[in-house]
Design a protein around this ligand. Structure first.
Ligand code: BES
Ligand code: ZN
Ligand code: ZN
Length: 491
């Protein structure tokens, strides 16, 4: 059904030199190379580039026609500032500029030694493939042709492996984007669960789907409370990646899977509801990451817990003032039905805790407050256990998916005190990302290292921006895959 899901993936390969038949040949130029007096790659002329206003800034791309093909100058900025982020952005801009051509040979990184070749290759594959992602139900065909990309320079085994792994990760990101972009009316909780089950069977992951009756038997009171206003039944999906040999620890991934968030009886405004098909961006990122694990085969075990429901306002919807009992026995007074993510995550974190993993990470499009604090491209990172949070920050730094720490101060806990239940589901007018994090922390068993990523901002984009395309971004897939591959229990 989804355009984004049916397009053939771009084929990436490595070569010493550009294939003669490549329709486009692109060269990375640093400001030093452009300003120097050494020879430029064939087809590029310093005088012409200067007259065209090309200064080799990152995101600057200049296309020049030459001998039956196109030659492209790609700005990389100052040599000492070249990093994987810049290469990812540069290749994304390049890909957008030449998306109508079939084949591209590019040599972005060999003008500098600032980035190891495998890392450079990974960034280039991500930038190129993710920038050209599309999703839509338009009846007219798009004009994209690019199907073969050759990375020119090193063909070393490390580079080839990096290309293969990055290609797999990109497919995971695209899966997450497809899931987020699918409208709430077509990706209902049962359909979401079925799609995840199909993916899991294809990839050889273990999958278990709880239907409504099983969710009742499991006493997932938060998930049931949220789903009560909907004609669609909820689902709770568990996925497991089991490595060969003795696992190097277990990590649990939890993702908020609200297929649509109307706010419930505490209904959102029309504008506030417009993009709320994206409220399963946390679950989508977890699914995308899980889909990649059989390819990268990390040595730790990874378990995923995905509560799926929509938040509607049917005649029997949860009413403000209702009290829900979560799986672990704690009670929550629901004063605002739009603060529903924490209710379903409470059950999922309790479930995850029962299996006693070495660490838990949850991803959730949880609060508008976090978007206010950190803007559209940076996730809020909260949790317990500095060592584990540092591992998450490491994965963030290596993948370019940015996070920023927010505190979980113990004295703020009283902001969610309730006169009738263990807690209420909203805090005061201020610190909304933090009070949400504090509520989640009540459902993570003591002693388990835990990281909470509030991805309300970065899960969805208003427009294209380098490797990010409008709509679902797949934020979190790269970070989670890196974290699974680098995870050290107790580290
Ligand atoms: N899904 C929303 C958070 C959200 C808002 C994500 C905007 C992405 C963009 C969440 O369920 C919600 O509505 N949170 C409320 C909580 C409040 C009622 C305490 C919010 O942030 O306004
Ligand atoms: Zn909500
Ligand atoms: Zn929500």
């Amino acid at each position: 059904i989804a355009l984004g899901g049916t397009r053939m993936p771009i084929q990436f390969s490595t070569a010493r030199r550009a294939p003669a038949r490549a329709e486009v040949v692109a060269h990375g130029l640093t400001t030093e190379v452009l300003a120097g007096d050494g020879p430029l790659p064939a087809g590029l002329d310093r005088g012409d580039l200067g007259r065209l206003g090309f200064t080799a800034k990152v995101e600057q791309v200049q296309v020049v026609p030459a001998e039956g093909r196109l030659v492209v100058a790609v700005g990389l900025g100052p040599a000492d500032g070249v990093d994987p982020d810049g290469l990812r952005r540069a290749s994304a801009c390049l890909a957008r500029a030449v998306r109508g051509r079939r084949s591209l040979a590019l040599d972005l990184a060999s003008v500098t030694d600032a980035v190891p070749r495998p890392e450079a290759a990974r960034a280039v594959v991500e930038g190129t493939a993710l920038a050209l992602y599309r999703f839509g139900y338009k009846s007219t065909k798009d004009e994209d042709r690019l199907s073969r990309v050759t990375l020119v320079g090193s063909t070393a085994a490390g580079v080839r492996t990096a290309v293969e792994q990055a290609t797999a990760v990109v497919e995971g990101v695209k899966l997450a984007r497809d899931l987020v972009n699918e409208p709430g009316g077509s990706l209902t909780p049962p359909k979401f669960a079925n799609r995840v089950r199909r993916m899991a069977r294809d990839r050889g992951l273990t999958v278990k789907v709880l239907d409504e009756a099983a969710i009742k038997r499991a006493r997932l009171g938060g998930l049931l409370g949220v789903s009560r206003g909907s004609t669609q039944p909820p689902r709770f999906v568990e996925l497991t990646w089991t490595p060969k040999g003795r696992p190097k620890g277990t990590i649990a991934l939890v993702g908020k899977g609200l297929t649509f968030d109307s706010g419930g009886l505490s209904i959102k405004s029309g504008v506030g509801m417009m993009d709320m098909k994206m409220d399963m961006g946390g679950a989508a990122a977890v699914v995308g990451a899980m889909s990649v694990l059989p390819v990268l085969a990390p040595r730790c075990r990874v378990r995923a817990y995905l509560p799926m429901t929509d938040n509607m306002l049917g005649g029997d919807a949860t009413r403000p003032g209702d009290v829900l009992t979560i799986r672990n026995g704690k009670t929550i007074e629901v004063l605002n039905t739009d603060a529903e993510g924490r209710l379903v995550l409470a059950d999922a974190l309790s479930m995850a805790s029962e299996a006693k993993p070495d660490a838990i990470v949850d991803l959730a499009t949880l609060t508008g407050a976090c978007m206010v604090a950190l803007g559209p491209r940076i996730a809020g990172l909260m949790g317990r256990d500095d060592g584990f949070l540092a591992q998450v920050e490491g994965a963030s730094a290596r993948t370019g998916e940015r996070v920023w720490r927010l505190p979980l101060p113990a004295d703020y806990r009283r902001m969610v005190d309730s006169p009738v239940a263990d807690m209420k589901n909203i805090g005061g007018p201020h610190g909304g990302a933090i009070t949400a994090g504090l509520i989640l922390g009540e459902f993570v068993a003591d002693g388990i290292p835990w990281a909470h990523l509030d991805i309300a901002g970065p899960a969805f984009a208003d427009g294209d921006d380098c490797e990010v395309t409008r709509g679902g971004t797949g934020f979190g897939v790269r970070l989670l895959v890196d974290l699974a591959c680098s995870f050290t229990p107790g580290g």
